[in-house]
Design a protein around this ligand. Structure first.
Ligand code: MD6
Ligand code: FE
Length: 218
């Protein structure tokens, strides 16, 4: 048996490190090595702070359901987008960042060329079939020199990755269970979104995609 055979189940085919845009690196299957730990930690977070559909400042209910863990969490309501240390649904602090989450995010960032990344927030997005996220920039964090680490779990989704202006042509990339993308540098403020989730059944997460985005918000 060769070394390649030994790792055939753990590492899907394709380059291990793919540059999507300047500063944005896709690490295919990077989260699979810690899959069991990550899924157990996710269950605990969601038990403490359940998914909910937030409302945009414009009054639209988001099709993506969200929750957070960490010292602060991303929220939206009629008053605007912001980070808040308290879960508005419960009035309690968000659950702590699980150690397995922090280790995954810091390790992926280092591998992508961003050593020393220590997240203080994790936004958890859940997509049911049909849910989508329109093109947006992530700009509610304080320091754009800090990357964002994005972990995809469950059903595959088509990610749109554009440029610095909303109208820029967007690249499409499929993100599957275990894929990790690290966004920093030049592309940190690029527009991006997720196309409507196609129906399907995932062995671990059922009819859903879950995305974890780790940030240094404060
Ligand atoms: C998602 N992700 O994949 C949505 N934002 O469900 C994002 O909006 C995102 O993956 C900033 C950086 C990485 C991301
Ligand atoms: Fe985003």
């Amino acid at each position: 048996m060769t070394t390649a055979d030994l790792f055939a189940d753990a590492a899907p085919a394709g380059p291990a490190r793919e540059e999507l845009a300047p500063g944005a690196v896709l690490l295919r299957g990077h989260a699979l090595a810690r899959e069991a730990e990550i899924l157990a930690a996710l269950d605990a977070v969601v038990a403490a702070a359940p998914f909910r559909h937030m409302v945009t400042p414009g009054g639209f209910r988001m099709s993506v359901a969200m929750t957070n863990c960490g010292r602060t969490g991303w929220v939206t309501d009629r008053k605007g987008y912001r980070y808040d240390s308290v879960d508005p649904s419960s009035g309690k602090p968000w659950p702590d960042l699980p150690a397995s989450f922090s280790a995954l995010a810091s390790g992926a960032a280092a591998q992508a060329g961003y050593p020393g990344f220590v997240p203080d927030a994790c936004l958890v997005n859940r997509y049911a079939p049909g849910a989508r996220l329109s093109l947006h920039q992530d700009k509610d964090e304080r320091d754009f020199a800090q990357p964002i680490v994005s972990v995809s779990l469950g059903l595959p989704a088509t990610f749109q990755f554009g440029g610095p202006r909303r109208g820029d042509k967007a690249l499409r990339v499929t993100l599957a269970h275990g894929d990790v993308v690290v966004w920093g540098g030049t592309s940190r403020l690029y527009y991006h979104g997720v196309l409507a989730l196609k129906d399907g059944e995932h062995a671990r997460l059922g009819r859903a995609r879950v995305n974890l985005t780790f940030r240094r918000a404060l």
